[in-house]
Design a protein around this ligand. Structure first.
Ligand code: PEP
Ligand code: MG
Length: 746
C-alpha cells in the first residue's frame, strides 16, 4: 500500500468523521459524504444507492448527477451496473460504462456524460445494504488503491447505515430496526405468544467505525489477536479437549489466527483510518461475500471457521455478546437455527421460537412441540432485522411472526390468544373421559416425554402413561456423560411422577442431529442413516448396559417397559434383548430387586422391520412405530429438509398400506402396537390411524385434548369406509376425503 494513498484514505475518513459528527440530519449527512468523497478522490460524480426494500435500490445522495434524480431513480437488484454490484457483492470497475454488460441508461440522472464507473458494495457481514459509486468523464479504470479507499469508506457507510445514521426527517431511508415487519414462515408448532426478542447470537454493534488514533487502534487490534491466540492455545492444550475432531477445528482456527496476511490486511485497514473492530468486520464481510458464492464445500467450511474466529475477535474487542444476554421477561428466541441441546439449555422459559431455517422433523422442533412452545420456521431474514428486546408476536397457527407490530395487529393477536385459551379450556372438560368413538372403540392415548419437567403434563393432559420417553434429552443437556447412579435416580423420579402409569423408556438414540458434545463426533456422510441409536448401543455396549441397569434399579421391583430405537432387523432386537437379560442377571447377582413385570419392545422406524420374520413379532413384547423416521425412510425424504419433507403426505395410501400390514402382523401374533411419531398428535392423522387399526397412540401432551375431542365425535367404522373408498378411488392422499367428511360431522 503506497504511503500516499494510506494518508489520503485516512484523511478522507477524518473528514467524514467530522462531517458526520457535525450534522444530525440523515439526508444532510449523506449529502456531505458524497461531496467529501468526490472532492477527495477528484471524481466528478459520487453517489450512494441504498436498499429501499429487499430488492430495490434507490439513489439516496449524489454529487455530480442531477439533484432531482435523488429519491427518484430506483433500480432492481441486478439491474444496471449499480444493481449488478449489489447482487454480486463485488466491485464493478469499468472505463467504458455505457458499453459495459448490464448498463442501463437513466436519463433523469444525466449520467450519460460519464465514461468510467466504479461501484463498491456497501455491505455488513455479508448483507448487502447498498452501493457506493464514483464516476468520471475521463475513460479510465479506477486503480486498486482507489478501490481500496472506497472499500474502507463503504465499510464505514455500512456501519453508519446499520446504526441508523442516515435516517430521520427528510431522509431517504426509513430507520432500520424500527419499522413493523411481518415474516411469513412455516408452521412447526401451533399456538400463539407475545414477547420480546431474545437473540440466540446477539449481533455485535460497532459504534466507532473510524479510528480516533490509528496507533491506539493498532495496539488494540494486536492485543485482541494475541488474546485470541492465547485462548486458542489454551483450548488446544487443555487435557479435557481430547477429542481429535474438535482439536482439528481448533488447529484450523489457530492457523488462521496466526495467518500473517489476515493480520496484515486488518492492520492496513487500521492504518487507513478504520477502528480495530471495523477492520475485523471489513475483512469478514469481504471474505463472506467471496466465499458465499463459492460452490466448494471445503471453502465454505473454511469461511465458517474464519467467520467464527472474526466473531471471537469482535467479542474480545467490544466485550459484547460474550455471554447470553439476560433473558427478557417473555423471551421469544430468534435464531438462524438451533440444536436440541442448545434449546434444552434455554429451557421452558421461552414463550416462542422463530427460526430462519429449522425444520419440522428436527429434534429441536420435537422439544419445542413437547413443551408446546409456538414455533415458526423458515422466517427468512429475521435474524438480520430483529434486535434484542423488540416486541414480537409468534403466530404458530399460521407460521407468521410479527416483529415490532403496530397496535391493530397487536390487538387482533391478543384476541387470537384469548380464543386459543378458550379452546384449550374446552379440552380440559373431557380430560378424564375415555378416548372412545361413537361406535364404542376405545383408544389409549399416551404422551411423549423426555424430561422430568414434562411429567406434570401427565395429569393435566389426561394421558394414560408415557408411550415414549426419549432418554437422550438428558444426555444432551449435560456436558459430560452422566453416571449410572444419576441415571437411576432420574428414572426413578420419572416413575414416581408417573404414579403407577406405564412409562416406555427408550434407550439412547444418539447420532443424526442428536450429537453429544462429550462423545467423539462421527464424520459420516449421512448421519440419519448412519451409526446411530441401537447400532451404537450394540457396537459399543457400555452406555447401553449402564442404562439398562439404571432402568432396573429405578423400577425397584415394580413394572418396567423398555424399548430399543431404530431396530432394522430381527437380530438387532434379539441382541439388544440379550443385553437386557444379562443386565437382569447381573442385577440379580448384586441383590437388586428385579422388575415385577418386564416388557421389552422395539421401535419400528425402518421399513425393513415391517417385513421381519414371524419370530420377531412373537418374541417382542410390544412394537412402537416411530413414524418420524419411518416416514423419512419410506419416502426417502429427509425429515429435516423442508423442501422434500412436505412432498409426501403421511396419509398417502402407500404409507397407510404399509402401516396396515404392521397392524395385521401384530394382530396375528397378539403383539401390542402403538404409534409414537409426531403424526399421532395430529387429529386427522390420529383418526385415520385408529381407522386402520391402531389402538394406542403416543403424542405430545398438548395434542391429547384435540385428538380425544375428535375421536369422541366420530363413528370409526364410517371413517374406515371413507378411507377405503378414497384409496379405491386412487387418491394420492386420503386427507381430503376424510377432511370433507368431517365437515358434516362436527
Ligand atoms: C420417530 O422417529 O418417530 C421417533 C419417535 O423417534 P425420534 O423422533 O426421537 O427420532
Ligand atoms: Mg426416531
Amino acid at each position: 500500500m503506497p504511503e500516499r494513498i494510506e494518508t489520503e484514505s485516512r484523511k478522507l475518513l477524518g473528514r467524514l468523521r467530522t462531517a458526520l459528527a457535525t450534522s444530525s440530519e440523515g439526508q444532510d449527512r449523506l449529502d456531505k459524504v458524497v461531496n467529501i468523497i468526490a472532492s477527495s478522490m477528484q471524481t466528478e460524480v459520487c453517489s450512494i444507492y441504498l436498499f429501499r426494500d429487499e430488492d430495490t435500490l434507490e439513489l439516496c445522495a449524489t454529487e455530480g448527477l442531477q439533484a432531482e434524480a435523488v429519491h427518484q431513480t430506483r433500480m432492481k437488484l441486478g439491474e444496471g451496473l449499480v444493481g449488478r454490484t449489489a447482487r454480486t457483492k463485488r466491485v464493478v470497475n469499468t472505463a467504458d460504462a455505457p458499453n459495459a454488460k448490464g448498463f442501463r441508461y437513466m436519463p433523469e440522472t444525466g449520467e450519460e456524460r460519464y465514461s468510467s464507473f466504479c461501484g463498491v458494495p456497501v455491505q455488513r457481514l455479508g448483507d448487502a445494504l447498498g452501493v457506493l459509486v464514483v464516476q468520471s468523464k475521463a475513460a479510465r479504470e479506477f486503480s486498486p488503491d482507489e478501490i481500496y479507499a472506497l472499500e474502507v469508506v463503504a465499510m464505514v457507510l455500512a456501519e453508519m447505515t446499520e446504526l441508523g445514521a442516515f435516517t430521520g426527517e427528510g431522509a431517504a431511508l426509513s430507520a432500520r430496526h424500527v419499522q413493523p415487519v411481518m415474516f411469513k414462515g412455516s408452521i412447526a408448532q401451533e399456538g400463539a405468544s407475545e414477547g420480546q426478542v431474545f437473540l440466540h447470537e446477539p449481533r455485535v454493534v460497532v459504534t466507532n467505525p473510524i479510528a480516533d488514533d490509528p496507533d491506539v487502534e493498532l495496539q488494540r487490534l494486536r492485543d485482541a489477536v494475541d488474546t485470541l491466540r492465547v485462548g486458542l492455545d489454551d483450548l488446544l492444550s487443555d487435557n479435557k479437549n481430547t477429542d481429535t475432531e474438535q482439536k482439528k477445528v481448533f488447529e484450523a482456527y489457530r492457523m488462521f489466527a496466526n495467518s500473517k496476511s489476515w493480520l496484515a490486511r486488518m492492520e492496513a485497514d487500521v492504518e487507513n483510518g478504520l477502528s480495530a473492530e471495523a477492520a475485523v468486520e471489513k475483512e469478514q464481510s469481504l471474505f463472506r461475500a467471496r466465499l458465499s458464492q463459492s460452490g466448494d464445500a471445503y471453502m465454505r467450511e473454511r469461511m465458517a471457521d474464519l467467520d467464527d474466529l472474526s466473531n471471537r475477535l469482535l467479542r474480545i474487542l467490544t466485550g459484547q455478546g460474550s455471554g447470553a444476554a439476560d433473558m427478557p421477561e417473555n423471551p421469544i428466541l430468534v435464531a438462524r437455527n438451533i440444536g436440541p441441546g442448545e434449546l434444552l439449555e434455554y429451557g421452558k422459559a421461552l414463550k416462542g421460537i422463530v427460526l430462519e431455517d429449522g425444520s419440522v422433523g428436527s429434534h429441536a422442533t420435537i422439544v419445542a412441540r413437547a413443551w408446546a412452545i409456538p414455533l415458526v420456521i423458515n422466517a427468512k431474514g429475521i435474524t438480520r432485522e430483529a434486535l434484542n428486546g423488540d416486541t414480537i408476536l409468534v403466530d404458530g397457527e399460521q407460521g407468521i411472526a410479527h416483529l415490532r407490530p403496530d397496535d391493530t395487529v397487536q390487538g387482533a393477536f391478543r384476541d387470537k390468544i384469548a380464543m386459543l385459551t378458550r379452546a384449550q379450556e374446552r379440552y380440559t372438560s373431557i380430560r378424564d373421559l375415555p378416548a372412545q368413538t361413537k361406535d364404542g372403540v376405545t383408544l389409549s392415548l399416551q404422551m411423549n416425554a423426555g424430561l422430568i419437567a414434562d411429567l406434570p403434563s401427565l395429569e393435566g393432559s389426561g394421558a394414560e402413561g408415557v408411550g415414549l420417553f426419549r432418554t437422550e434429552l438428558q444426555f444432551l443437556v449435560r456436558n459430560q456423560m452422566p453416571r449410572r447412579a444419576e441415571l437411576s435416580a432420574l428414572y426413578s423420579r420419572v416413575l414416581a411422577a408417573a404414579k403407577g402409569q406405564r412409562v416406555a423408556f427408550r434407550t439412547l438414540d444418539i447420532g443424526s442431529d442428536k450429537v453429544l458434545s462429550y462423545m467423539k463426533p462421527n464424520d459420516e456422510p449421512n448421519p440419519a442413516m448412519g451409526w446411530r441409536a441401537i447400532r451404537v448401543g450394540l457396537d459399543k455396549p457400555g452406555v447401553l448396559r449402564m442404562q439398562l441397569q439404571a432402568f432396573i434399579r429405578a423400577a425397584n421391583g415394580g413394572p418396567l417397559s423398555v424399548m430399543f430405537p431404530f431396530i432394522a432387523q430381527y437380530d438387532e432386537f434379539h441382541d439388544a434383548k440379550a443385553e437386557m437379560d444379562k443386565a437382569m442377571d447381573r442385577e440379580r447377582k448384586l441383590g437388586h430387586p428385579l422388575p415385577s413385570d418386564l416388557k421389552v419392545g422395539a421401535m419400528l422406524e425402518t421399513p425393513s422391520l415391517g417385513y421381519a420374520p414371524d419370530a420377531f413379532f412373537k418374541e417382542v413384547d410390544f412394537v412402537s412405530v416411530g413414524g418420524n423416521d419411518l416416514k423419512q425412510f419410506f419416502f426417502a425424504a429427509d425429515r429435516e429438509n423442508e423442501r422434500v419433507r412436505k412432498r409426501y403426505d403421511t396419509l398417502n395410501p402407500a404409507f397407510l398400506g404399509f402401516l396396515s400390514n404392521i397392524v395385521d402382523r401384530c394382530n396375528t401374533h397378539g403383539t401390542p402396537l402403538s404409534f409414537c411419531g409426531e403424526d399421532a398428535g395430529r387429529p386427522i392423522e390420529a383418526l385415520v390411524f385408529a381407522a386402520i387399526g391402531f389402538r394406542s397412540l403416543s403424542m405430545r401432551p398438548a395434542s391429547i385434548g384435540p385428538v380425544k375431542h375428535l375421536l369422541r365425535r366420530v363413528d370409526l367404522s364410517e371413517v374406515r369406509g371413507i378411507v377405503d373408498a378414497s384409496i379405491a378411488a386412487g387418491d394420492q392422499s386420503v386427507r381430503r376425503a376424510v377432511a370433507d367428511w368431517l365437515v358434516y360431522q362436527i
